[in-house]
Design a protein around this ligand. Structure first.
Ligand code: BGC
Length: 722
């Protein structure tokens, strides 16, 4: 079968997206805009200023019509523009609000393709612009600390370097469309249990090395226009108005001149929040439903009173208004806002391309790709094969024009020549256990078929209209365990026994416990939530029309107990505080350093071809290194390899992880083609945050540069001295 090579520059959508000039200048002051802002602020009454710093509907805050300042209009979410709620919290259902359902954050990150990050953002930004939004509430970039976190699917990785690279592209893609991105949730919203108040304690080192770098890159390199504060607290202060996080680090150290908005209902005190750096209060009406009185918001009448009685200076309010106006000048009031398109075929094609590159082949013992001409029947088994995901998960819901499920995708690809038989295998209902009759039917179908594809894993929830019905991958809840729900272990065990040519496809925002059947399954695919074209993308991979190139962005443990947050740290903490005692040893940093073998390593993902790494060369200065090596596609299919570069410090005053990701590149090669790959490691690749000295340090000495196909499949090693 001919494989489709995926040269990055061949897709029409991608070319369009990449040809748009980068408009998202960093936050350098633009004197002409600053002048206009100053004039507007001078003309405003205090009441008008106050009206701008709190919500006046579910997703908007007021403008000042007499001065030509429009409302600020926001919308979720990270992987598509949310359906319309109008000014309240009830879905309008009037039609006309469909948008492209892109693969979720973790699936986007699994592509390890920064150009796709940009193209993804560009689609989102265009559609938000079309729907009249100024701010799209994404990307979500919280560190994946525990696989139980219900919102991991919206986030990207356990690794701050990978997050930084993917988020910067996404943000530029959004903002080049004249729409602001909103970076969330700043910071340490790493669990949904008790999210609205839990206090997070961690060391300065963990803060600087693990939890801040993605946010810093998004602000400093990505030039993000808005940041959303997290619900939780950090060292006792609410994150949205933590003096340390917002005033000192974000606005001080990083020079952020844009707007800090609260998460919906994350403000709890007027004076503290005004002085702690929050600029815009959103969502407090959630506690006032069904009759919100916006004058009762913390940043409404109460703020006015504090300024009038002199407890808070008007200049504090002016600064917030200026920040909101800066965002308005980059969006709604931006004269050159690009023309927007919406839910187009090209956007769906981009969604498919992200899915094709994000779906990850974890295991393959000679089953894949299927040989189309030799197949007569495929048994597709599992309720997830027939389930739509777009409207699930909470605030990130999207209403696409259509969603290709795995079953539909396989039916599309099979055409008339191959029979596709479906058996649901398990039932998606609360507390469902293995269903003997459904398993019996599934086994029968698997026996009769040439190959079986079991589609299972996590779901967003039972009933998408009721959030409190939700479980697993969803906002507001964490998973109760890592075990497969609905008796899927029993089902998979029975099917792999009935048909050795079984492929297990897992949906979900990260790891699941596979220990009951992993050894017996010949092929396993991690699909994430691959968006509206996901089923087609999956079928292309199963049939070998696309050569898989996704790589895991999180470690898949054998068991939950091996996860450092659970073993060394705390989860979910007591009712007040959660302590990140695992410190910087998050994800593979822990597994590698403490020599715990995971089931599938960070960065792991197989291909239908093979790659050879040869001829490493490294040239160093006193604080950087340029490395070169040759990568060759030694197999018979075109494909893409994600080459990963890890740095290991041989000796340091403070304990460092065994190795850390410091560079990567996705390289597309035809069969037999080889290319010299060059990458630069700057000072930051060798430095660590010494919290005894309170600064980043590069300790001279020996470092190993490890180059490979995953964090556990290293092919080249070079020792250098700096
Ligand atoms: C979520 C945010 C979301 C906001 C608006 C909050 O509950 O945490 O991520 O953007 O709602 O829907």
């Amino acid at each position: 079968m001919k494989s489709k090579v995926l040269p990055i520059f061949c897709s029409v959508t991608l070319c369009l997206a990449l040809s748009i000039q980068s408009l998202s200048a960093q936050w350098a002051a633009d004197p002409s805009v600053e002048g206009k802002i100053a004039e507007l602020v001078k003309k405003m009454t205090l009441e008008e200023k106050i009206s701008m710093i709190h919500a006046n509907s579910s997703f908007t805050s007021a403008g000042v019509p007499r001065l030509g300042i429009p409302e600020l209009t926001t919308s979720d979410g990270p992987h598509g523009v949310r359906p319309e709620h109008g000014r309240d919290w009830v879905l309008d259902n009037k039609g006309g609000d469909s948008s492209t359902y892109l693969p979720v954050g973790i699936t986007l990150a699994s592509t390890w393709n920064t150009q796709l990050g940009y193209a993804f953002g560009a689609v989102l930004g265009q559609e938000a612009n079309f729907r009249g939004k100024d701010v799209i509430l994404g990307p979500g970039i919280n560190i994946i600390r525990t696989p139980l976190n219900g919102r991991n699917f919206e986030y990207m990785s356990e690794d701050p370097y990978l997050i930084s690279k993917m988020a910067v592209g996404y943000i530029k893609g959004v903002q080049d469309q004249g729409v602001s991105a909103s970076l969330k949730h700043f910071i340490a919203n790493n669990q949904e249990i008790m999210r609205s108040g839990i206090n997070v304690e961690m060391s300065d080192r963990a803060l600087r090395e693990i939890y801040l770098p993605g946010f810093r890159a998004a602000v400093v390199e990505g030039g993000v226009n808005t940041v959303m504060g997290a619900y939780n607290r950090f060292r006792g202060e609410y994150c949205t108005y933590s003096n340390l996080l917002v005033n000192q680090i974000l606005k001080g150290e990083w020079g952020f001149r844009g707007l800090v908005m609260s998460d919906w209902g994350a403000i709890h005190d007027t004076k503290e929040a005004l002085l702690g750096g929050a600029d815009l209060e959103m969502g407090t009406d959630l506690s006032m439903l069904p009759n919100p009185d916006f004058s009762k918001f913390y940043f409404a009448d109460a703020a006015l009173k504090l300024v009038r009685n002199g407890e808070v200076s008007e200049s504090v309010i002016d600064d917030k208004v200026r920040r909101i106006l800066r965002v308005m000048f980059k969006t709604h009031m931006f004269a050159n806002r690009p023309k927007a398109t919406h839910a187009t075929k090209e956007h769906a094609e981009l969604a498919r391309k992200v899915a094709e590159e994000g779906i990850t082949l974890l295991k393959n013992k000679g089953v894949l790709p299927f040989n189309k001409s030799a197949l007569k029947t495929i048994a597709v088994i599992g309720a997830n094969a027939n389930r739509e995901n777009a409207m699930g998960g909470g605030s990130s819901q999207v209403r696409p024009r259509y969603e290709i499920t795995p079953l539909k995708g396989l039916q599309n690809a099979a055409g008339n020549s191959i029979g596709v038989v479906f058996e649901q295998g398990y039932t998606i209902t609360k507390n469902a256990t293995a269903d003997k009759e459904l398993i019996r039917k599934a086994v029968e179908a698997a026996k009769k078929a040439d190959v079986a594809v079991v589609v299972g894993g996590w779901i967003h929830g039972y009933d998408y209209s009721k959030w409190d019905e939700n479980a697993y991958d969803t906002e507001g809840f964490d998973k109760a365990s890592l075990k497969m729900p609905f008796g899927q272990d029993e089902l998979i065990q029975a099917v792999v026994k009935a048909n050795p040519n079984t492929v297990v496809v897992l949906y979900g925002g990260g790891a699941i416990d596979m220990m009951a059947w992993e050894k017996n399954a010949k092929a396993i695919i991690q699909a994430g939530y691959p968006g509206m074209e996901g089923g087609n993308a999956l079928a292309s991979i199963l049939f070998g029309d696309v050569n898989p190139s996704g790589k895991l962005t999180v470690t898949f443990p054998k068991t939950l107990k091996d996860i450092p947050a659970h073993k060394l740290g705390e989860y979910p903490g007591d009712s007040v505080t959660v302590r990140y005692n695992e410190d910087i040893f998050v994800g593979y940093r822990y597994f590698d350093t403490y020599r715990v073998k995971p089931l599938f390593s960070f960065g792991h993902g197989l291909s239908y071809t093979s790659y050879q790494y040869t001829k490493p060369l490294v040239a160093t200065t006193d604080s950087s290194a340029v490395l070169k090596f040759t990568l060759e596609n030694t197999g018979a299919r075109g494909g893409a390899e994600v080459v990963q570069v890890y740095v290991a410090d041989r000796k340091s005053s403070l304990k460092r992880p065994a190795k850390e990701l410091k560079a990567f590149q996705k390289v597309f090669l035809q069969p037999g083609e080889s290319r010299e790959v060059e990458m630069t490691l700057d000072r930051s690749a060798f430095s660590y945050f010494n919290d005894q000295q309170g600064k980043w340090v590069l300790e001279p000495g020996e470092f190993d540069i490890l180059i490979g196909s995953s964090s556990s499949d290293l092919r080249l090693k070079k020792r250098i001295k700096l």
